[in-house]
Design a binder for this molecule. Structure first.
Ligand SMILES: [Zn+2]
Length: 408
């Protein structure tokens, strides 16, 4: 029968046969059995052994066929394993541990989860949300067990927030490989400590670390990687500067509320965007605003001049520029900018290291956007643990097994 040969081929079974395929109201039921007089591999060591007896029938949910649910039925054999010296359950080719999903289904669901939310995948396959979660968990477990970390040279530490900044996750990236190495709940010293303890070997080769100016991270990096260069992330620094500019705008807007409420309306992005990215309309508006003696404009000019900092080739020149810029900002009579300048001053040493090791977490920005899209779907994850699983799944570049047949 065609269906049974499709099942046989896509499962890639050699020592097993499809005994029977039938359809009832719950879908397609596939009954599998052992090919006669076959010796089967031991589930622990892989050595071939003679079948001793059979366990009771187990069921696996398999990839649906034309929207019809498919279930595999099979009574696993126990074999006498000479190598292990005892009786073991056979290695079942379509099964992974105690999971009730076939290997094909696990990897199909997991593959879809890189494209859609878990809810959507559950609906698409007509399975429970928990089944999807279990599949991704299996895929990630497999991937983490089989991945090779090797020698990590540059790491980036970044935080993500879920639920409007109430739940934090710390992500650690291998900047060269552009992949997520580790993810953990929280953003405290303990969070990072967990990573450093878990990957003691891999981090021995780390030359530089890029992160935000966040004290718990700084403390832990200095403790566990005393010889690595600590570089504060360019993108985070820019973000802080943007926030300062925006604060100036907001203050000025509220001051102008009574006298000229229209003047700064919808100008937020005009001040924040790089001028080369402005639309024609925004550019002409900026041209107009620049002529007025606005505090916004002063903040804007400071922001624009700071961009030059990153272009220096030599550390010494960059340091000189920073000194000059510090003076401008602290004499600008703009408190947010002054605060920002003082923050730079406090962290100057590890900002200037950028000119020794030009690393930034911008490399993983693409990945981060992915993560942000995912956190927008976080209501679907129900817990930080699931969220972390999803992060590994989408950004970990985790290895997958060679499958006989890819259903997707
Ligand atoms: Zn064995």
């Amino acid at each position: 029968m065609l269906v049974s040969s499709i099942v046989r081929n896509t499962l890639g079974i050699k020592s097993h046969v499809v005994k029977n395929v039938e359809q009832n109201e719950s879908g397609i039921e596939v009954k599998l059995d052992i090919r006669k007089r076959r010796r089967l591999p031991c589930g622990t060591c892989g050595e071939l052994g003679r079948v001793r007896d059979r366990l009771s029938i187990r069921r696996w949910k398999h990839v649906p066929l034309w929207g019809i649910p498919v279930t595999l039925n099979y009574a696993p054999a126990r074999v006498r394993c000479a190598k292990c010296g005892m009786i073991r359950v056979e290695e079942i080719p379509w099964s992974q541990g105690k999971c009730r999903l076939s290997v094909g289904l696990i990897w199909s669901l997991a593959a879809w989860c890189k494209l859609l939310s878990w809810n959507e995948v559950a609906r698409l396959f007509n399975v429970h949300w928990n089944t999807v979660a279990a599949a991704v968990r299996q895929a990630v477990t497999y991937g983490l067990e089989h991945r090779e970390i090797g020698n990590v040279l540059y790491i980036g530490i970044d935080e993500l927030s879920r639920k409007k900044g109430h739940v934090y996750v710390t992500n650690i990236y291998d900047l060269n490989e552009r992949r997520l190495l580790w993810s953990g709940e929280g953003r405290t010293q303990d969070t990072l400590k967990e990573f450093f303890k878990e990957h003691e070997e891999a981090i021995k080769s780390v030359k530089a670390v890029c992160c935000d100016m966040w004290q718990p991270y700084i403390d832990m990096v200095k403790k566990y990687l005393p010889d690595a260069t600590l570089v504060f992330d360019k993108f985070h620094i820019t973000q802080h500067l943007m926030q300062a500019v925006d604060e100036v705008r907001r203050d000025e807007v509220s001051e102008l509320k009574k006298t000229n409420p229209e003047l700064l309306k919808r100008t937020r992005y005009i001040w924040l965007k790089n001028p080369e990215n402005l639309t024609d309309k925004q550019r002409s508006r900026l041209g107009h605003l620049e002529k007025l003696n606005l505090r916004c404009n002063r903040a804007y000019l400071l922001k624009e001049s700071f961009r030059e900092f990153w272009n220096y080739k030599r550390k010494g020149w960059a340091a000189k520029f920073l000194k000059k810029w510090f003076w401008w900002a602290t004499h600008s009579r703009l408190k947010p900018l002054r605060d920002f300048a003082w923050m730079l001053r406090r962290h100057e040493e590890n900002i200037l290291t950028y000119f020794d090791e030009r690393i930034s977490n911008g490399i993983v920005e693409g990945l981060n956007n992915k993560a942000k899209i995912m956190s927008r779907r976080c209501y679907g994850f129900r817990s930080a643990k699931n969220y972390i699983t999803a992060l590994y799944h989408c950004m970990g570049k985790l290895p997958e097994p060679e499958l006989v047949h890819r259903f997707l």
